[in-house]
Design a protein around this ligand. Structure first.
Ligand SMILES: *[C@@H]1O[C@H](CO)[C@@H](O)[C@H](O)[C@H]1NC(C)=O
Ligand SMILES: *[C@@H]1O[C@H](CO)[C@@H](O)[C@H](O)[C@H]1NC(C)=O
Ligand SMILES: *[C@@H]1O[C@H](CO)[C@@H](O)[C@H](O)[C@H]1NC(C)=O
Ligand SMILES: *[C@@H]1O[C@H](CO)[C@@H](O)[C@H](O)[C@H]1NC(C)=O
Ligand SMILES: *[C@@H]1O[C@H](CO)[C@@H](O)[C@H](O)[C@H]1NC(C)=O
Ligand SMILES: *[C@@H]1O[C@H](CO)[C@@H](O)[C@H](O)[C@H]1NC(C)=O
Length: 471
């Protein structure tokens, strides 16, 4: 998710005012009882933690032994469209996805997982997290995702949840003040995915030093340092190597890092390029050629990534680009038709990028057309739309745009269906899409699950009401 930073830097002002679309296995045999997998403060990574049995060394999706009854065939990227959802707000918290979790801290200064770890008693916070990990996503969600005709999930995970040991890195393994413990839940999810025939993109969503300062990087800060700090970057490479070694055979794709802030200047942009190259090599060296590697455009637009990690120097690389039209005033000012037409305008560039470069997936997008979802811009931060964020412009009341869909007009739901179909049309001209996100506690405009229930997202993602929407 592209979220607001508290202190707007000149680069961000440019970004916000720009009209560019910048913002534009092997089966893991978890035979232990789920009890044994639950981490405790003393043992945040139970010995079974990082999985028992794993299919590393280039086994790719679904090869190897283990649960041989449900081997997934390797996904044919570029031939079959990726259709998926992000498992948002689970292993990395986001205030707008589960506001009740944040309220239950009784502390309004807890705005992300970093401040959770700093401000709340560790035992209490761990218990809250374990309860959340146990309940927010269960196997039923994977069954429902499969029933919705989807073939992929993208699972965000923070570096603090990856149980790397000092044998795997020469950097610190301390994750203070973060609270580790999510890894065993990831392993469960990989098993659920396999059991329900769903392919997995494992997405490192938060890196040491923060790669963007958004709350969903783990730390909401005006001063993220990952891009300027080579130790943070090298440590992240060790974490990628570890993840690949541990679960590379249980996932289809490793995404090297979510939304690094390429807009923070040349030093950042060049650090990201170097990191993608080194990360690609780290995955290949660890797990061979079958596993796919996902990189991102870093908010620089795909045109910045021509001839990058293309064959014959690299293979099996997927570009991830994120599309939101709700985080700057120019795009919030679009009419419904302008939301559709600006989306459709991406189509030719997308298809030519995949023809001339590498696969590309629209890895985050939404049918929301406002930033009205409570705390979308951060806990205790208002919205641009209704002026409560004080950006100097107001578009209207937030009533009827977020929250419970029973308060929405049929015109709004019709627009969302059109917007869904336009974005699917455009991204399927590339290699497919991953909607942000599967479920939310109360912001129905960001929930795929609610969309399917409410009809603004089809039950079968190949159904179209507006098949010529971008023609
Ligand atoms: C997975 O396999 C690798 C390579 O054999 C090994 O180093 C790692 O410890 C294994 N992980 C688990 C959880 O067994
Ligand atoms: C959380 O607290 C805010 C502010 O008091 C309130 O508006 C909101 O309804 C609460 N949300 C939940 C889910 O409890
Ligand atoms: C928050 O307050 C409620 C009600 O007093 C209490 O039950 C709960 O334990 C508190 N939570 C924390 C994290 O202190
Ligand atoms: C740590 O440093 C030693 C000595 O330089 C080196 O042999 C080893 O490969 C390094 N380990 C990692 C994980 O980079
Ligand atoms: C193996 O996979 C099948 C099919 O998904 C599933 O029903 C079964 O429970 C799995 N067995 C084990 C031991 O995980
Ligand atoms: C990232 O770099 C900063 C700045 O040098 C350093 O203080 C910090 O320890 C590093 N963070 C991690 C988590 O490695």
């Amino acid at each position: 998710m592209f979220l607001l930073r508290l202190f707007v830097t000149p680069t961000l002002l440019f970004l916000f005012s720009s009209s560019l679309s910048l913002v534009l296995a092997q089966q893991c045999r978890l035979v232990r009882s789920s009890e044994a997998l639950v981490p405790s403060p003393d043992e945040p990574f139970p010995s079974s933690g990082p999985g028992t049995g794993n299919g590393t060394s280039g086994s790719g999706s679904g090869s190897g032994s283990g649960n041989t009854t449900a081997t997934l065939q390797p996904f044919k990227y570029g031939q079959t469209p990726v259709r998926g959802v992000n498992i948002g707000g689970w292993l990395v918290l986001e205030p707008y996805i589960t506001p009740s979790f944040f309220n239950a801290t009784n502390n309004t200064d807890v705005v992300d997982e970093y401040t959770l770890g700093q401000l709340i008693d560790r035992d209490v916070a761990l218990q809250m997290l374990q309860n959340h990990w146990d309940t927010w996503i269960t196997e039923q969600d994977f069954a429902d995702i499969a029933s919705a005709g989807l073939n992929h999930v993208r699972i965000p995970v923070g570096y603090w949840s990856v149980p790397i040991t000092s044998a795997d890195t020469n950097y610190t393994t301390s994750v203070d003040p973060y609270i580790p413990g999510a890894w065993p839940y990831l392993l469960k999810a990989l098993n659920w995915a396999k059991a329900h025939g769903i392919h997995v993109i494992l997405d490192l969503h938060g890196a040491p030093g923060s790669q963007n300062g958004f709350d969903n990087s783990g730390q909401r800060t005006s001063n993220p340092v990952w891009g300027l700090n080579t130790a943070n970057q090298s440590r992240t490479l060790d974490i990628i190597t570890f993840m690949t070694k541990e679960v590379g055979g249980m996932v289809d794709v490793i995404e090297l890092l979510n939304e690094p802030a390429g807009f923070n200047g040349n030093n950042w942009a060049s650090a990201i390029r170097t990191y993608w190259q080194n990360g690609y090599q780290a995955v290949r060296d660890t797990a061979g050629d079958n596993i796919k590697v996902m990189i991102e455009d870093g908010f620089l637009g795909i045109t910045d990534w021509e001839n990058f990690l293309t064959a014959p120097n690299a293979q099996g690389v997927i570009m991830d680009t994120h599309q939101y039209q709700v985080f700057n005033n120019d795009q919030l000012g679009y009419s419904q038709d302008e939301h559709i037409s600006s989306t459709c305008a991406l189509k030719d560039g997308y298809s030519s990028y995949v023809d001339n470069n590498i696969w590309m997936v629209m890895g985050e997008w939404t049918t929301a057309m406002t930033d009205c979802a409570t705390w979308l811009n951060g806990r205790n931060v208002g919205a641009r739309w209704d002026g409560s964020m004080n950006t100097g412009q107001t578009f209207g009341s937030c009533d009827g745009y977020s929250g419970d869909s029973s308060t929405w007009s049929s015109d709004y739901k019709t627009f969302m269906r059109r917007f869904w179909e336009a974005q699917v049309d455009v991204s399927e001209a590339a290699s497919g899409w991953i909607f942000w996100c599967w479920k939310t506690e109360s912001a129905d405009d960001w929930s795929y699950q609610k969309g399917v229930e409410g009809g603004w997202i089809p039950k079968d993602p190949s159904d179209r009401i507006y098949p010529s929407i971008c023609d």
